[in-house]
Design a protein around this ligand. Sequence first.
Ligand SMILES: Nc1nc2c(ncn2[C@@H]2O[C@H](COP(=O)(O)OP(=O)(O)OP(=O)(O)O)[C@@H](O)[C@H]2O)c(=O)[nH]1
Ligand SMILES: [Mg+2]
Length: 590
Amino acid sequence: MFRQSGLFRANQEMAERLMDTMDLEKERGITIAAKNCSVVWKGIQINIIDTPGHADFGGEVERALSMVDGAILLVDASEGPLPQTRFVLKKALEAGLKIVVVINKIDRSDARPYEVLNEIYDLMIDLGADDEQIEFPLLYAVGRDGIAMKDLDQGSRDLHLLMDMILEEIPGPRHDPEAPFQMLVSDLGYSDYVGRLAIGKVFNGSARDKDSLVCLNAKNQSIPLKVTKLQVYEGIKLKDVDQVRPGDIAVLAGIEEVTIGDTICNSQTRQALPRINVDEPTVSMTFTINHSPFGGKEGKYVQSGRIHERLRKETLRNVSIQVEEAPDREGIVVKGRGEFQLAILIETMRREGYEFCVGRPEVILHYEKNKILEPVEQLLVDCEERFLGVVTEKLSLRKGKMINLVNNGKGRVRMDFSIPSRTLIGYRDEFLTDTRGTGLMHSIFDGYEEYRGDCISRFTGSIVSDRTGHAVPYALYNLEPRGRLFVLPGDLVYEGMIVGEHNRGNDIDVNPCKEKKLSNMRASGRDENVILTPIKLPTLEQAISFIRDDELLEITPLSIRMRKAVLLYQQRRNLSRLTKKEADSSIKNE
Ligand SMILES: Nc1nc2c(ncn2[C@@H]2O[C@H](COP(=O)(O)OP(=O)(O)OP(=O)(O)O)[C@@H](O)[C@H]2O)c(=O)[nH]1
Ligand SMILES: [Mg+2]
């Protein structure tokens, strides 16, 4: 669209995935934050917001919906609607938006556009779309090549149909010509020159540079402001303007104390627009300072004040993240939509130089009339038929209930499950191993249901170092049969640090620093004959889902280490004896 609307010269170099500007987005090939841009087509400015597809970033969709008059629903011609498609479509329908459906990637060899179209109809009906919404305008596309067409056999060389369709089908901004200026803040930015930027759609009226306005916050207080700079999006860049009008996505400087959801308006008529509606968080993780033996050595920002301040700052832009002090005042509880969202936050902070510890992600339970309710996800699994057995078995162990199974007769099956968010944490890796990397799984929060019972999070124990020192090849070689190792020769380890995953269910304490005894035949104690099996170090996400309740994750800009919460072997042993005694006595009492 950028190229075809003339934003770039025909032969100008253009990066792939131009909108995915964050490092993490580029590295992972996914969109994490919603971003604004615009194109001009036939003399009309079309403001576009690109939203993430991944379920954990749903807050971005909710934020983006407050700025738009319509939505383009992009569905993969082979995958069809996924759980997250249902989520975004539901939100868009609830907002009463006009929807244009684009079935993309019709060039794929496994594309099944007609079936996918039927699935979209089913989904619309299921979500209670009205007659008008069900008669959605439809295009087929090869987004990568910039082609869109009305019929599959029609052929096309460009996206002109799509851009025309946007002008025809999606209503222009509606506004009250009499009403004074009103803008809803849907995003925040920052500029080194002018400070904080409030970004959002102008609903009514117009504003000019140097105007005196007010910002109405959540407490309905009005904070006066003077506009110091006004901008709008031109392509993916910002352009200075001296006036903004209804329908513009304005970028306004001149106020520091502003949060997402606030209304910026005229100081005479102070009327707030409805605040942005955001779903509740379902997962929480506790962040503390890193008090491990090597703590504070690798990070730039290590004090709890700095960590707290950074987390608070995150809540300003990231509407679905909440932060509060832990009940025991030991650390900060961070709440979000899923462990992946929190992993992205952790990775971002780590790269900024922060160092801290986090505990195992926990789901947020609700309590209602003597009942415990837990978040439940809708899970879609697509895998080869031969893995059906192992997948269903693992999911039923995790308290999943199968809702639907479709065999397409081509060797793959699709299954829908309802499964607690709690037991799904950490399953993705196991699923990829079980399906030899060929399985697809997508899940999305589907509401709260009665607690489905306890479930073991991991069937293996941890291999724990019993001392401080450098790991040596000889010792690691001898540990290999015990399980999967997480440290390399030369790595520093400490007492209580997890150096591997034990094959069996219990934890074992080992000495990874044990050198081979010197024999009188050889002068040096080097382990020249030892050849270690290459290991794959756990990624951040794997480490997050690996740790159990009595374990922590140490995050620094340079390392990710797993550790027992209680480091000293003797203390841990005493503690486990104590809890065993308690358990025994409670059984006796019963
Ligand atoms: N075969 C084929 N591949 C496409 C087409 N359009 C996009 N792709 C590829 O699909 C992959 C994902 O593209 P993205 O643009 O990142 O998809 P997205 O929907 O923005 O993903 P999220 O923002 O993470 O939800 C890239 O590797 C694209 O090259 C198409 O029409 N045909
Ligand atoms: Mg994207």
